[in-house]
Design a protein around this ligand. Structure first.
Ligand code: PMP
Length: 424
């Protein structure tokens, strides 16, 4: 069963790119891509850090500020009603984009970091010293540090699913790592540092057999495909708007209904209560219970536009296009003497992390920037896995989105050749 999400990239069928998916049309929707940087056409390959925004998103936010700006939920006036309707419509769009069963299962948050902190703070109140949380060696710091904080606070034990030298999770180790004290498994859907697509459906199957809930860090999932939380079978799924062509500072936590009812609130304040006195507080039902204070209203509205746009794309054609970007970049970069790709999992999104003998990633990144090519260099908030794979000084990471082209790949390879010649 693999209909859950971003399935492994299919074999490349060049015919699929004829007409079904026109990258030039897609690119035209992104104003920021139409610029030169340092005198060269921008080649934006830092999509795992954040994506560019299509005009529909920019205009949705602009329209909100120009016409509908008001606070939500508490006003009887027309603008407040408009803002509230749009905010709640955004929640429905997130539900639909993740295929959650009911809209109450969607909690708006700042992004994946806040979503995981919410679960750690709220779910964490059920835990006792000695209870275990199982993460993987492939995690972003956002899915390590909140559990570390819980370890410091109440003495939970953090266990780790190992990763192989090509950057795949070693699932054979998973069953033995689940003990009667395991309270939650928290893993990412797709590794931001290496591009590995993790078998989250399989992990959920194993977890369910042991009665353990699963949280999926989906920061890098939706940008590369269709996500179906019911089909994955997870209890929690976290996403960030800015990774998926929407605004920063907004994201969502999907939590399966039973959890929302039993988990305590995360923060206190306005909008998350039914009644307040000095002696007692009655909380509003979920999802309001988890959304204290004025949220990022314009962000949610921009996210709605991004996700509606995303839902209308031809994802089969995009999978073929992204597979072609990955294959071409991998082959071309491998030819460069002394270059080593970090992370060569069988199932990857188009992310190529690499090091070159005798050079520092930052120096390569600076030389690429001079050519108008934006890549990220460093640890990618994933120090443990980079250390294990022998990239202690970090890597150069080229992370592609579907609006990138084979010309972008060629420009990258040319510029890395040049940087290599200059630095070695
Ligand atoms: N997890 C992964 C896999 C990520 O790539 C990121 C962002 N780089 C995060 C979590 C954190 O997301 P955000 O900064 O949007 O909260």
């Amino acid at each position: 069963m693999s209909s859950a999400l971003i399935s492994p990239a299919p074999a490349i069928d060049p015919a699929m790119n004829n007409g079904a998916f026109d990258v030039a049309v897609i690119r035209a929707a992104f104003p920021a891509l139409q610029q030169t940087v340092n005198g060269k056409p921008l080649v934006y390959l830092d999509n795992a850090a954040t994506t560019q925004k299509p005009l529909v998103v920019i205009e949705a936010v602009n329209q909100f500020y120009r016409h509908d700006n008001a606070n939500i939920h508490r006003g009887v006036h027309t603008l407040s009603a408009r803002a509230t309707d749009q905010y709640e419509a955004a929640r429905e769009q997130v539900r639909s984009s993740l295929n959650a069963a009911v809209v109450e299962e969607i909690v708006f948050v700042r992004g994946v970091t806040e979503a995981i902190n919410l679960v750690a703070a709220s779910f964490g109140q059920r835990l006792n010293a000695g209870d275990e949380i199982l993460i993987s060696a492939l995690e972003h710091h956002a899915n390590i540090v909140p559990w570390h904080l819980l370890r410091e606070r109440i003495g939970i034990v953090l266990n780790v699913i190992p990763v192989t030298d090509i950057g795949e999770l070693d699932l054979s180790a998973l069953p033995a790592l689940i003990s009667p004290r395991t309270q939650l498994i928290a893993v990412n859907h797709v590794s931001n540092a290496l591009g590995t697509i993790n078998p989250v459906w399989e992990i959920c199957q194993i977890a369910q057999a042991h009665g353990v809930p699963v949280l999926v860090d989906g920061a890098q999932g939706l940008p590369h495909g269709v996500v179906d939380v019911q089909s994955i079978g997870c209890d929690f799924y976290a996403m960030s708007g800015h990774k998926v062509f929407g605004p920063s500072g907004v994201g969502a936590l999907y939590a399966r209904r039973p959890w929302l009812d039993v988990l305590p609130p995360y923060q206190g304040g306005g909008d998350m209560i039914e009644t307040v006195s000095f002696d007692a507080v009655r909380y509003a039902p979920a999802p309001a219970k988890f959304e204290a204070g004025t949220p990022n209203i314009e962000g949610a509205i921009g996210l709605k536009a991004a996700l509606a746009w995303h839902a209308a794309l031809d994802w089969q054609a995009i999978a073929a296009h992204e597979a072609q970007l990955l294959a071409t970049a991998t082959t071309g970069l491998r030819d460069i003497p002394g270059l080593r790709i970090i992370g060569e999992a069988a199932n990857k999104v188009p992310v190529v992390s690499f090091v070159i003998d005798g050079t520092h990633p930052h120096d390569i990144g600076t030389l690429l920037d001079a050519q108008g090519i934006a890549v990220r260099t460093g640890q990618h908030c994933a120090m443990p896995v980079l250390k294990q794979l022998g990239a202690v000084s970090g890597t150069v990471r080229a992370s592609f989105a579907f609006y990138n082209t084979l010309d972008d790949v060629a420009a990258l390879i040319r510029a890395v050749h040049r940087a290599h010649a200059l630095l070695t």
